[in-house]
Design a protein around this ligand. Sequence first.
Ligand code: ADP
Ligand code: ASP
Ligand code: MG
Length: 406
Amino acid sequence: MSLIVQKYGGTSVASPERIQAVAERVGRTVASGHQVVVVVSAMSGETDRLIGLARAIQNPPSARELDVVLSTGEQVTIGLLAMALEAGGVPAVSYTGAQVRIRTDSAFNKARIEAIDADNVRADLNAGRVVVIAGFQGVDANNSITTLGRGGSDTTAVAMAAALKADECQIYTDVDGVYTTDPRIVPDARRLDRITYEEMLEMASLGAKVLQIRSVEFASKYQVSLRVLSSFADGPGTLITTEENIMEAALISGVTLNRDEAKLTIVGVPDRPGIASGILGPIAAANIEVDMIVQNTGADGSTDFTFTVHRNDFDKALSILEKQAEELKARKVESDRKIVKVSLVGVGMRSHAGIASRAFAALAREGINIQMISTSEIKISVVIDEKYAELGVRTLHTEFGLAGEA
Ligand code: ADP
Ligand code: ASP
Ligand code: MG
């Protein structure tokens, strides 16, 4: 008998009818002889609604109390799904994160799972029950409720699969797999049969929100066999696996779009040792993560220093940089919120030269100016004007032959 963890996202449990449909799918999995753990999200829109409610009372909300409020979304769906299963004759029991004892650190709103005590869950499974677990939540060492960051139910599912040594972790969502790019942006994007953990991690980190980044990290670390599928239609979905399990690596697996960053430039600082750390030190001290960095020296020997941060950190970063500009006697500070990052991802890049120049030429033909570039072994990212976001994605997607049938 094999053990399967199934996770259903917000759109998959958005109404009583959808919850019934999930119960039927789970019932079929049980009937075919599997033990099943189900992890569910809140009904779609619910987490946003709860954030809005909290902000209407206190803005910004207390981080600890926000998690108390947010965790209720998933508590509703576990109860409803367990009822739907029972009503359909499938014995089931619901668990909140705290009831499982999904232990996290105390970083409210973005907690990390540290340990899972799965004994009670295993006992229920062995007694023939489906176990329905609230995604996105845990409990810290002080018994405070924590949440795992937006999209965190994916991570709950993979962590449960790792803790229970499940045979497969299935992520049911509103698309039937991982695509070469977001199918909402490029309708002729193609579903991938398989993708490596490494590529999926890059894609998630670079903006493909189909899986939370942490869930892919967990899957890779514990070698959890992970599959993304549709809860609306049957099909093989996409298997996320090791490179050895993929016969022929594609040159490029996907294109991603990230709209969450903003750009800051300090113009005309003296070109001498210590400048970069002088600029980024106070930014890091304020807990702001910097993504891309470019420094270039002008003819007059002074330096322009440009970097990107998350848009949520933009205001804070700007005011720190303005102070730094005075101290470093810089000419001025420039900033731009209206940028996006478009990236190409593929393990095939390792063995092929010329991908970057081909990508840049394709963007140039469309008149898209590249503002910043960063590369790693398996990805190339460019920062471009926000107004070219979709065009940039489509251009690269077409250039590397990703559209249509495999
Ligand atoms: P859920 O609520 O089930 O967790 P999400 O909205 O978090 O679902 O993730 C699914 C969405 O991810 C899809 O509707 C799709 O628009 C988006 N997405 C972005 N990039 C990709 C991609 N490369 N492949 C598939 N879906 C993607
Ligand atoms: N409900 C949470 C969110 O909307 C967690 C999740 O759906 O994975 O982010
Ligand atoms: Mg999600």
